[in-house]
Ligand binder design. Sequence first.
Ligand code: BGC
Length: 367
Amino acid sequence: MRFSKKVLFFGLVLAAVAGALLVSCSKKSDAAAGKGLVGVIMPTRSEERWIKDGNAVKEGLEKLGYTVNLQFSDDDIPTQTRQIDDLITRGVKVLVIASIDGSALSNQLANAAANKIPVIAYDRLLMKSPNVDYYVSFDNYKVGGQMGDILIRGLKLDQATTAKPVIIELFAGSPDDNNSVGFYQGAMDNLKPYFDKAVLKVPSGQIERTVVGTLRWDAAEAQKRMENLLSAYYSGNEVLNGILSPYDPISLSCLEACKAVGYGSTPGKPLPVVGGQDCIVASCKSILAGEQYATVLKDTRSLGAATVELVDTLLQGKTPTGLDTSSYNNGSKIVPSLLLDSVIVTKDNLKTAVIDTGYISASELGL
Ligand code: BGC
């Protein structure tokens, strides 16, 4: 087939226009990438909150024109170390890391520092390393205080007497997560006056955080422990009144274990008062159904927005201000921190605190 000169000319013009367009497109994507590639690593995709966290950070940064590589580590430490090494090789300008085991990443953090990549510990503090630049989280000690307050309110501990002490069992978070320390300390400090007055008792005597901890926040493990406690200490007339729980899936598992031995369906054995944390959909449903008593809402949208602002500040070459420079020592240094507030959610404020703010929609809750 032969082309006329006219067609050939027209074709050349078209090719030139297309070429110019291509150049301008690639310049545009260079410009976006030029604003910086940010590595974001979340511990697992199997928990509702970390998906929300990951998305909030990614979307916020992308809106500002950054390129984001978001990874989830399947709660597997070797996967997480590999992902960090890989992101460093790809030339990320900042690393945002929510760790699995806060003490397991020292080599990767040293590698980041050697490449002058600032590291932000996201929600969970990175421990025992000088190579952590910032920490963004909630005030974990206050979150723990709220877990204690949930029991104080739900069990009406101010009205309890030594003649009829209130009976509870205790659960803590994963021992390798520094947040567990703040949560448990905050809760136990608020409950201490009631233990001191002997109006609050733990029949199993299992009180040390390391003893009541739940490795990797595993709800199935917590359920097993609850079942064992019920059969060892509550097989007679003893009735469990409350459970300190640091995490919604643990709360729901403990409630399941209690239901299986008649709580909630036997006269004199109401479901124990149980709090929680993270405000997951299943727990909100349970709260509305009058089962789980409360949860602590840590709005992942606010944490995401605070992180995005911090990353942007750093990548603009500015120095972040207004940070807490005394609360969080990671065993190697004090890590400048940005600490947000959390909210207790019960049946009374679930609509205003969760639905009206758009954190969870009414339809997700089947309303
Ligand atoms: C977070 C909690 C979360 C828990 C389990 C903690 O580090 O602060 O919000 O429930 O991990 O994922």
